[in-house]
Design a protein around this ligand. Sequence first.
Ligand SMILES: [Zn+2]
Length: 371
Amino acid sequence: MRTDQHPLPLGSANCQYSLSSFHYGVPGARKAYLQASLHADELPGMLVLHHLRELLEQAEAEGRLQGEIVLVPVANPIGLGQTFMHDQMGRFDFASGVNFNRGFPDLSQQLIVLLADALGDDAQRNIRLIRAGLRQLLDAAECRTPLDGMRIELMRLAHDADIVLDLHCDCEAVMHIYTQSDHVAEAERLGCYLGARVILVADAVGGACFDEMLFKPWLRLRAHYGAQFPVPQSCFASTVELRGEQDVSDQLAGADALGIYHYLCGAGMIVGAATPPPAAACAPTPLSGSATAYAGESGVISYLAEPGDMLQAGDLICSIVDPLSGHAYPVTSPIDGVMYSRVIFRYATRGMELAKIAGKIERRSGNLLGP
Ligand SMILES: [Zn+2]
């Protein structure tokens, strides 16, 4: 195992952040990249990678690593240092107000131009050229702020990986996974090992999330050059939501790390008997089929539905109790589907998002994620 340090651009005098990456296995081999806590206060993934490191160190000591596996357990040191009145706040950058998992650079168009005369009939050569092109563009990217530098460095670490898992969590939630349509089967296999209750599929997510900006260039290149040259989708980049913010324990993280380990064995990264994946706990559904339940009134939230509940349209999710009028307002599910997350707050203001339900029928377009 090799540890690398990646200093970020200096933001202020004597105030410099850096990323630490842990490199296992065979450099240049088939590669998996896993990072945790890009939203810095989403901590389950940090503990999962802690447990995964123990498993990888053992596999490495036994000479069983045949892929390259890179871990970044603290993907957002900037956000991890943000505390406001005793609350850790790692979703939005205090300096700019932007979401840490939005605004990653879209290199698609530049890559199309860069590779105009380079691609040919050899698919493997094209993959190498595309990855080299991505690297060239990332090395030349402008970094005005430490946040720019962090985004670029994370993409530089991940751009040539075959598998990218970005470990997040939701507020209160069941395990769920985001994937792109070329890799639904891969996401299903991962989902079986992790016990995913929902798999959300979208090619155009919107918002320029980390995973999207890694798989999108391949889609755009295929759309542009696919009729002339083979452009295989060579980056399975997925956001994994490891349940809710409070679901942080050695028991859960140890089991999730083992699930990921077995998934990586099955993906050929580690030599060993890959345990067959458990039965799937869900079927994939379109991200555009996900619906949000909103608070129509303000008041105290009293939930009736739990994350993971299968709801019919009109089923009660919660009551909102107005403590002054004494009225209780029902909030119901707008669609049939699995309620996969709900907010952690227990006081609603009018219009606030309360819960998300994964439905089978596409119903939205444009930016499919919230702020
Ligand atoms: Zn997140």
